[in-house]
Design a protein around this ligand. Structure first.
Ligand SMILES: [Zn+2]
Length: 232
């Protein structure tokens, strides 16, 4: 794409002095991931008015242009759908939160009573960037969640977990490659396996996570078996 200015099929102002000029107006700005120069950049959302130009003089109005998203760095123009993609900063936050939610979900099935599961959970959270995570904090958090769930007279905590998992994973999933979605599920599976074979509750949680990650149920089953053969 090109910067706004004189251009058109019939020549530019620098050439035959005939063409279409677009005057751009900034509507708002923000930060986005620029698909042109490949990074988090500032953008301006702009609309334009096209005018036919003859001998450098704007003449007839030729209608509206845009709206477009203009990158402050490379100054290319993109469609508004570009703003649907999260910035890399936002994406990494979503990914961290997703790992956290999956880990907590697996632990709420009873994992805090197992030293091995807690160790695996803390290691996974450290790997995801939660540097200040400790076994004590994790246990306290899971216990608080369990107490919270039981106080709402819900005998089974899985429906609440399902909502949590879908909320944390749903917005992230469209931006992850299949391997990235599978990696998230496998992180949960390895914590579940740290203290022995999957329990029915762990299988339920992992199946729900797989569903939220839009992984086919058959693939979830295959991945859960694969995780038993390839310990982290
Ligand atoms: Zn750019």
């Amino acid at each position: 794409m090109h910067r706004g200015g004189a251009r058109g099929p019939r020549g530019s102002l620098g050439g035959r002095l005939i063409g279409t000029r677009t005057a751009w107006t900034t509507v708002c700005d923000g930060e986005f991931f620029c698909p042109g120069c490949g990074g988090d950049r500032n953008y301006q959302r702009r609309t334009g008015r096209r005018r036919f130009v003859f001998l450098g003089v704007p003449l007839l109005a030729r209608g509206e242009a845009g709206p477009v998203v203009e990158c402050a760095a490379c100054q290319d123009h993109f469609g508004l759908d570009t703003l649907d993609h999260p910035t890399t900063v936002r994406l990494s936050t979503m990914l961290r939160d997703a790992v956290h939610t999956v880990v907590i979900a697996v632990l709420t099935t009873g994992g805090t009573t197992s030293r091995a599961a807690l160790d695996a959970a803390v290691a996974t959270l450290h790997g995801a960037g939660f540097d200040d995570c400790t076994e004590e904090r994790l246990t306290a958090l899971v216990d608080a969640l369990a107490a919270d769930t039981s106080s709402t007279d819900v005998p089974d905590c899985v429906p609440g977990l399902a909502i949590e998992l879908h909320e944390a994973l749903g917005p992230l999933t469209p931006h992850l490659a299949p391997a990235g979605r599978e990696a998230l599920l496998l992180q949960g599976a390895r914590i579940a396996l740290a203290d022995g074979p999957y329990t029915p509750a762990e299988r339920d949680v992992l199946a729900t996570a797989g569903c939220a990650l839009t992984i086919d149920p058959d693939d979830v089953a295959r991945l859960l078996v694969a995780a038993t053969r390839t310990p982290s």
